[in-house]
Design a protein around this ligand. Structure first.
Ligand code: NAP
Length: 247
């Protein structure tokens, strides 16, 4: 029996570790060729490529800072040339830094919005000529798009609210081409960005119905679903994958 994403061509941003690495590996396990991007973690990127290739599909890593619009366009064009087009575009690369409202939050704004928001817009704009009709765009947002959660979260949460709204609005823009656009809103997931073994994590765990952090693979399974034929009537959706965080 052929795998559910056999023959599909995927680009996953921020695929060198954490949630992006798990998504890349899962799409590969389901049969897709996968190109990843990364910021600077060459070893992590190569490990991801090895994990992709171990699934018997093609893998490649491209260094590209999501905050650099020219680099983003170059990486998307290069990925499309390697793959022969793009059927699955996963915007996962993101940064998170926290500060209460004030000068420090203002200082964070440009960096967080340039990676989390402008990078996603730049990547999608660059991908438009390469995306096959009927392809999937999957945005990794956050439950912070809909909930404040904790003090100091304003700039990150605002960036993810923008990402989730991209999914809703781009569904309208790209619907005529049959391109489905959805956002996954993870709750706390054990990665370098949000390790599960800190004091902060203990307080977060208490706000989660399931009283535990998620695993990157639990986000990857939903990304694979959204990329598959089973999700053919889902667009403009924001899907919480959070163990019931902050409900
Ligand atoms: P992570 O462990 O910090 O990994 C971040 C990934 O993004 C890495 O592959 C990193 O590349 C890449 N990246 C970071 N900045 C980049 C840039 N400027 N240009 C290109 N790539 C860049 O983070 P994660 O926890 O897996 O998070 C992945 C996504 O999920 C993010 O959008 C995050 O906001 C979202 N999210 C995470 C959680 C959570 O609890 N972990 C919850 C909700 C949403 P390098 O390895 O090269 O640095």
């Amino acid at each position: 029996m052929s795998k559910k994403l056999a023959g599909k061509r995927a680009l996953v941003t921020g695929g060198s570790r954490g949630i992006g690495a798990a998504i890349a590996k899962r799409l590969a396990a389901d049969g897709a060729d996968v190109v990843i991007t990364y910021a600077g973690n060459h070893d992590g990127a190569q490990a991801s490529v090895a994990a992709i290739e171990a699934e018997g599909v093609r893998g490649k890593a491209i260094q590209a800072d999501a905050a650099d619009k020219a680099a983003v366009k170059r990486s998307v064009d290069e990925a499309a040339a390697i793959l022969g087009g793009i059927d699955i575009l996963v915007h996962n690369a993101g940064v998170a830094t926290f500060a209460p409202v004030g000068p420090e939050a203002l200082d964070l704004f440009d960096r967080i919005f340039s990676v989390n928001v402008e990078g996603v817009l730049a990547g999608t704009a660059a991908a438009l000529p390469h995306l096959s009709d009927g392809s999937r765009v999957i945005l990794v947002s956050s439950v912070s798009a809909d909930t404040a959660g904790f003090a100091g979260n304003s700039v990150y949460a605002a960036s993810k609210a923008a990402v989730s709204m991209f999914a809703r609005t781009w569904a309208h823009d790209l619907g005529p081409r049959g391109i489905l656009v959805n956002a996954i809103q993870p709750g706390p997931v054990d990665t370098d960005m949000n390790p599960a073994d800190t004091e902060f994590a203990e307080s977060v765990r208490n706000m989660v119905v399931l009283k535990r952090y998620g695993r990157p693979e639990e986000i990857a399974g939903v990304a694979s679903f959204l990329a598959s034929d089973d999700a053919s009537y889902i667009t403009g959706a924001t899907i919480d994958v959070s163990g019931g965080a902050f409900v």
